[in-house]
Design a protein around this ligand. Sequence first.
Ligand code: AHR
Length: 491
Amino acid sequence: LRADLTISPDFVIAPVRRRTFGSFVEHMGRCVYTGIHEPGHPTADEDGFRGDVLALTRELGVTLVRYPGGNFVSGYRWEDGVGQDRPVRRDLAWRSLETNEVGIDEFARWARKADVEIMYAVNLGTRGVAEALDVHEYVNHPGGTHLSDLRRTNGTEDPHGIRLWCLGNELDGPWQTGHKTAHEYGRLAAETARALRQAEPGLELVACGSSHSGMPTFGEWEATVLELAYDQVDHISCHAYYEPLDGDDGSFLASAVDMDHFIDSVVATADAVGARLRSPKRIGLSFDEWNVWYLSRFHAAPPTQWRVAPPLIEDTYDVTDAVVVGNLLISLLRHSDRVVAACQAQLVNVIAPIRTEPGGPAWRQTTFHPFALTSRLARGHVLRTEVTSPVYSTARHGDVPVVDAVATHVPATGETVVFAVNRHRSEPVELCVPVTGTVTEAWALHDADPSAANSREHPDRVVPRPQPAAVADGALRTVLAPVSWNAIRVA
Ligand code: AHR
């Protein structure tokens, strides 16, 4: 098989946005407790943060972290997590007990150490405008008011300066505490946004889109919410999780086709509302939850007991999952003109690229690698990439290209990076890309056994390997292995 890519440095989609490489820390399972935070762990620092997890977070190349939820946030009282008195509360979303040992001040300290921006979600499930204003006053107001002075008394002199705010989480979902109709939510989002902007005009505000594109209200929800809040918000959220169903790996490997369609549909819906409102403004997409998640396993065995930080949805990822994750990043990059931020859900233990053992080691899952390499190598501009590829048939997405790809380019240095997947399960594909220069690095994530995974005992069973690739006669040539994700840099 053979695939050809056509790119030109003149055909630019948008700059690579650093916020594409976001992640998500929810108070869920072991993401916070024994994930990022474990006082007494051999690598713990003076604040109780695991040093091994901090180091892996930096290596992953994470730029932005959404916090504190997720479904958790829709029942959360932020003030439980500040000051001396930390009550234990029920978390209805995950049927867990929340000790509140970590709250916004601790998380902001962790974020500074990890060198990531915070995206803060307010509770619009059980709470409303007043509490959103309160948490904003606590975290962002410089001082001289009740809540900003409380923050200073609690030991954080300077405001946290959080710029990006989510107006609730998945409120279209009947599982959400405080679930709402599109009209109820659209009004609440608009008024919360208006009030937050009165407090601080420069904030960037994200309204909740649908929980996933299969929701019965998908499309209608976005249209109604934006009709009501178009002028008040900047972005609308998208969430998507993928898993192989009924052993259909062919469809699973083409998950990015669904993500492309999802993004295009939300852009079209938002622009249709903008046209009706005669607005020159363009709404951005915040893809603030995406990943591979074996959701059907969770539905088969949901938590039944009230426990502190129980292991929840600690999916182990294999090579096929990592190829899908790499391909989803290709889709996000390709839509950099409208996708302004994206968060892989989640960072540690909970459907995460980083896994930990309490008191023990931390290790990289297979999915860690395409994320880390894309974050490191994608620089400059995203180029329009035309792919000529053989196709294969899938049950869920129809005929799809075997090869999917995107390229980035730095005009100042002339460097080009091609990110490409081969979704075929048995056939290698020869890839040809007309470019000049020489290959400076090339990586492939692939294994003769696509179900190979990393574990505590074998943390480096699956790692990226150097990929044979060369530029000759004006073209980059390489052979993409079956079920592989690849990144090739030419300078
Ligand atoms: O990331 C896990 C959960 O998935 C989040 O809490 C929720 O927002 C989504 O349904």
